[in-house]
Design a protein around this ligand. Structure first.
Ligand SMILES: [Zn+2]
Length: 424
């Protein structure tokens, strides 16, 4: 039996060694009987259990002898405010979205509870860093209290704000985000999202993207998610024209990616979700040239009949790609490792690529690759313990399979034990 340690009793100041049968840093070779020394929330060193114990006799040792330690999962695109089991039916996308919008008034009563449950589910699936998008940042409290770190992107809908001028809408959402940023835990923050090409008019989009760059904030957007979006942006027709009534700016003759570039949405600070429908070689070239990162959400794309994002080509051309789960009304779980396993099978990747996408790939996509996403001295101690002792070939695939199947037994973010299955 391990000594019982509750999340509260392990403070970041207390040196702790997390030891397991295998440590898989992702950024370097696997370590049998490995360990990670955590001090002040960060990884102080990494090596074998015997070396770390010998050099740090005063550290508390937490042992997971039959398990594997991996970096915590990075979810680059999620929505916390949905719940499992009562969402609208799947695709086509515009039908699903219309059903979602119809239920927004009813949803207000349970959004906070759903967000709390979604965040808990993510933590129990080994997630340590999350990029969450919600209307006006409504799910920020639940992300902040979950113990995960990351950014909530506050979506805004200009036609709902004041007289609906772009300046007024953008001033409003940045003031909201500024207020939301006050008093947050370390490593939790708030930025702004331009929800999509079809919900936010070009001028509001442009102003919000410019303001984000001025502030040094990252920007979240949905781009090229659905066939209907492609049709709306290109021709100004189709299922999305009717939904918002006043979105008359479609029919540009461009692909959503080229249109997004025209309205200045694309930059190295931009995380573009989905890129699932009709993303061409030219589009991929634009993403690569502008440094835009991609959030790959393959299970949501599958559920909503949105196509398959050309992730292998994006990676080949140097686009940073991470894994996002989207929310529970379009996806079966908030488990990034499970989503990555789906991507592995979809694209024919090996397990190592899948585990990279779920961890360091996501961290790089969000511009935090120097701080998290792999187990290296100096980075934050963001890690997950998975109940698997891999043998034979493709240990990473075995880890993804175990983590996808409820096998995460502990989650540590910034050195804090935020989940320990043995203690409920
Ligand atoms: Zn989304």
């Amino acid at each position: 039996m391990r000594e019982a340690v509750t999340p509260e009793s392990v403070t970041p100041e207390q040196p702790v060694i997390y030891a397991s049968g295998l440590v898989l840093p992702v950024s370097g070779p696997a370590i049998r009987d490995g360990a990670v020394l955590v001090r002040d929330g960060r990884i102080s060193s990494i090596g074998t259990i015997s070396d770390l114990e010998r050099d740090n006799p005063n550290a508390e040792v937490r042992r997971f002898p039959r398990q594997t330690i991996v970096p915590g999962a990075v979810n680059v695109h999620a929505h916390l405010g949905f719940r499992r089991g009562d969402g609208p039916e799947g695709g086509p996308f515009s039908k699903w979205l219309a059903a979602l919008i119809e239920r927004l008034p009813e949803k207000e009563a349970w959004t906070a509870e759903a967000a709390r449950n979604s965040a808990r589910e993510a933590v129990e699936a080994g997630t340590t860093f999350m990029a969450e998008s919600s209307p006006y940042g409504e799910c920020l409290p639940q992300l902040a209290e979950s113990g995960m770190v990351g950014t909530v992107y506050a979506e805004f809908f200009p036609h709902d704000i004041g007289d609906g001028t772009p300046e007024e809408a953008v001033n409003f959402i940045f003031e909201e985000a500024r207020k939301l940023r006050e008093g947050l835990p370390e490593r939790v923050d708030c930025a702004v999202s331009v929800h999509s090409t079809y919900t936010v008019d070009p001028e509001s989009s442009r102003l919000a993207a410019r303001r984000s760059r001025e502030m040094g904030w990252r920007l979240a957007v949905h781009i090229s998610e659905s066939p209907e979006e492609v049709e709306f942006v290109r021709n100004g027709t189709g299922g999305l024209t009717a939904i918002f009534g006043s979105n008359e700016w479609g029919g540009t003759g461009l692909s959503p990616v080229l249109y997004a570039e025209n309205i200045e949405l694309l930059s190295p600070g931009t995380i573009a979700a989905h890129l699932a429908t009709e993303v061409s070689e030219e589009d991929i070239g634009v993403l690569a040239r502008t440094g835009t990162a991609a959030a790959h959400c393959p299970r949501s794309n599958d559920f909503l009949d949105c196509g398959v994002s050309p992730v292998p080509r994006m990676i080949e051309r140097g686009v940073r790609v991470g894994i996002g789960t989207d929310g529970l009304w379009s996806s079966p779980s908030l488990n990034v490792f499970e989503e990555a396993l789906f991507a592995v099978d979809l694209h024919g990747f090996d397990g190592a690529t899948g585990l990279e996408l779920a961890t360091i790939g996501g961290a790089r996509a969000l511009g935090v690759g120097d701080e998290t996403g792999s187990l290296e001295a100096g980075k934050w101690a963001d890690l997950a313990v998975v109940d698997v002792a891999p043998s034979g070939s493709e240990p990473e695939r075995q880890i993804l399979e175990a983590a996808a199947d409820g096998g995460v037994v502990a989650t540590v973010a910034g050195g804090r034990l935020i989940y320990n299955r043995d203690e409920g």
